[in-house]
Unconditional design. Structure first.
Length: 571
RNA sequence: GGCCCCAUCGUCUAGUCAGGUCCAGGACGCCAGGUUUUCAUCCUGGAAACCGGGGUUCGAAUCCCCGUGGGGUCACCA
């Protein structure tokens, strides 16, 4: 066995949220490192100065940590008392913007040996030439015009500070790449031109930085998406020119959305746009945040993207659930990290046989590159939700309660406020039984919170669902109200003796139904509507317990008062 | 369009590398029935795929070729 451990890396560009496809790549890198006792490294590829941001970098690190992908080397980050990253191997820094001298050193070597050269065409000239080639239906390749300039003159112009890029002089031989997943890939030299390795602004391009860093940082295995397959020959050529090792490559299949298109932030705009068009939404649903003319322009232009929070506000206003794309989206939609990692691991990998529910330890113990698939996968949100619901149902009660409580603090602020408010009927101590009520029936944490919303409002603030009221209370000359009045009497009697518990209430319901010889549903549903405003709620005894005797009676009385008020208006 | 990659139920996939145990298995979804006071569950059953065509072989989902389809890529983005 080799004494040096395998090193994998996940190298995101901090230009936005962590995409679910990126998370899958990171997960496989992590799993391979853990399986082989190697190291998992994070590197931030921030050579695109204009689009990179520190907030994106922090967001990505947070998402990785939240998913449970602990990294050994890389930017330091702490979450929930655990810390990640560091520079134990002394191969940092881990931001490419802090490694410019390393790239420049390597570039100097290439220029000196003639393997790379300065070129002075402006971006405009290049794009014009490219447009010309496209017009002639030819593939554009740089014409090496700069090489016609004598080398000493090129050096003089560079020294004089003339703006230029550095291009790599592509060798004339075909390149073969051994890919662990796809086998041997051969690229003929005419497919590649003298690509830029250092931009006008002095930053290396991705192709160059990645090759230098992977060498200097001792990366042994490069796992990445298949969209990089064609880049690999470039990287191998650079490695050969620089005298570097060639690491093992494993290109993994891509993840698409349910329509077979690439999953992207744009998809969320598309979903909202289609929804607005279908529903004939002609006026901006959020005029104070999105002006009418901006709304119109966005609806017309399929390429236009709204700011994330504006888009979310719009979706909420029209009652649309946006498709999740980034890890952050899934977290806020109430998916659990264990489920997300389990599910995305299955997109392009599986342990063989019929096993498909597993945890990170299992993944780490079973993960092998040989079991990575070759075919692109579609992301099925319905199946993810099913997994999430199963996982929630099987969680230890205390664990679920803790997660739900944390989720409320992060995403359902008004629940959080009420739980901390000592005058409210529910408090922190009730969290266990609150969670227990929704645990078996919730698909996501958002689902759980929504199912609990009835318990966090005051009797006076309940909004009654019209359909529910008509069907269960008003129908048959207000038969439901009649039932409710009878039940109120019995419940009041129970309460007076201190016995209006969920169980007792439930029993009272059953005996009432038997006495009157009516279906239990015709008793329970009117009560359910009176207590929650809708036909959907947890079990009756649980609902009664959660509200407590006083609140139950208050809600029943208010419901009957509303009926009286509406009757007196003669409606 | 050039080049590269891929191809099993609607979807994720097992099986393919080492051809027979596969009239192709599992999961999600779907359909039908049942349980249930709502919701969510749960139970039973069902429909559902080896892209097409050649070839190799006693035998092919598995190997080869062609076609077709899908995807990727052709930036001073990564």
């Amino acid at each position: 066995m080799s004494s040096t451990p395998n090193v994998t890396r996940f190298a995101p560009s901090p230009t936005g949220h962590l995409h679910i496809g990126g998370a899958r790549t990171a997960l496989f890198c992590w799993a391979f490192a853990r399986h082989t006792g190697g190291r998992f490294m994070i590197r931030l590829e921030d050579t695109d100065v204009a689009r990179s941001s520190e907030s994106s970098a922090v967001g990505i690190l947070h998402d990785l940590a939240w998913l449970g992908l602990d990294w050994d080397d890389g930017p330091e980050y702490a979450l929930d008392g655990k810390s990640f990253g560091g520079d134990e191997r002394g191969v940092g820094p881990y931001r490419q913007s802090e490694r410019l001298e390393l790239y420049n050193e390597a570039i100097e070597r290439l220029v000196e040996s003639g393997a790379a050269y300065a070129a002075f065409e402006s971006p405009e000239e290049i794009s014009a030439a490219r447009a010309e080639a496209v017009k002639r239906k030819q593939q554009y390749r740089y014409d090496r015009a700069a090489l016609k300039i004598p080398a000493d003159e090129r050096a003089r112009r560079v020294a004089a500070g003339e703006p230029h890029v550095i291009r790599f002089r592509t060798p004339d031989d075909a390149v073969e790449v051994e890919d662990v997943v796809l086998g041997t890939i051969r690229i003929e030299p005419e497919q590649l031109d003298d690509f830029v390795i250092r931009k006008r602004d002095g930053y290396p391009t991705y192709h160059f930085a990645v090759v230098v860093d992977d060498e200097l940082m001792g990366v042994t295995h490069i796992l990445r998406g298949q969209e990089h397959l064609i880049n690999t020959p470039r990287h191998v050529m650079l490695q050969q020119a620089l005298g570097y090792r060639t690491p093992e490559y494993a290109h993994m299949p891509l993840i698409f959305n349910d329509k077979g298109a690439k999953m992207s932030k744009r998809e969320r705009d598309g979903a909202a746009r289609d929804f607005c068009k279908q529903r004939g939404v002609s006026e901006s649903p959020i005029p104070d945040r999105l002006a009418q003319d901006a709304f119109d322009a966005w609806k017309k232009d399929k390429k236009q993207q709204l700011e994330g929070d504006v888009l979310e506000a719009l979706a909420e206003a029209v009652g649309l659930h946006l498709p999740e794309v980034s890890v952050d989206d899934f977290r806020r939609a109430g998916y659990l990290p264990e489920v997300i990692t389990n599910f995305i691991a299955l997109l392009g990998w599986n342990p063989g046989g019929d096993v498909e529910k597993f945890d990170m330890d299992f993944l780490a113990s079973k993960f092998e590159l040989g079991r990575i698939g070759k075919t692109n996968a579609r992301f099925d949100r319905t199946k993810l939700m099913s997994f999430n619901g199963d996982f929630i149902a099987e969680m230890a009660a205390a664990d679920f309660a803790g997660r739900l409580r944390a989720f409320m603090a992060a995403e359902f602020a008004h629940f959080d406020v009420r739980l901390k408010d000592t005058s409210f009927r529910l408090g922190e101590d009730d969290m266990g039984r609150i969670a227990a009520v929704v645990q078996p029936r919730s698909k996501t944490l958002v689902d759980a919170c929504e199912r609990l919303s009835f318990a966090f409002v005051d009797a006076a603030d309940i909004t009654y669902d019209d359909k529910a009221v008509k069907k269960n209370l008003e129908k048959n000359d207000g038969a439901g109200y009649g039932v409710l009045r009878d039940l109120l009497e019995r419940f009041e009697a129970l309460a007076a003796s201190g016995g209006l518990t969920g169980e007792a209430g439930h029993t009272a319901l059953q005996s009432y139904a038997e006495e009157k010889d009516i279906k239990l549903g015709n008793v329970a549903q009117p009560l359910r509507v009176a207590l929650t405003g809708s036909t959907v709620s947890p079990g009756m005894d649980e609902t009664l317990d959660l509200l407590g005797a006083d609140e139950v009676l208050a809600r029943m009385r208010r419901c009957l008062e509303l009926q009286a008020a509406s009757a007196s208006r003669g409606s």
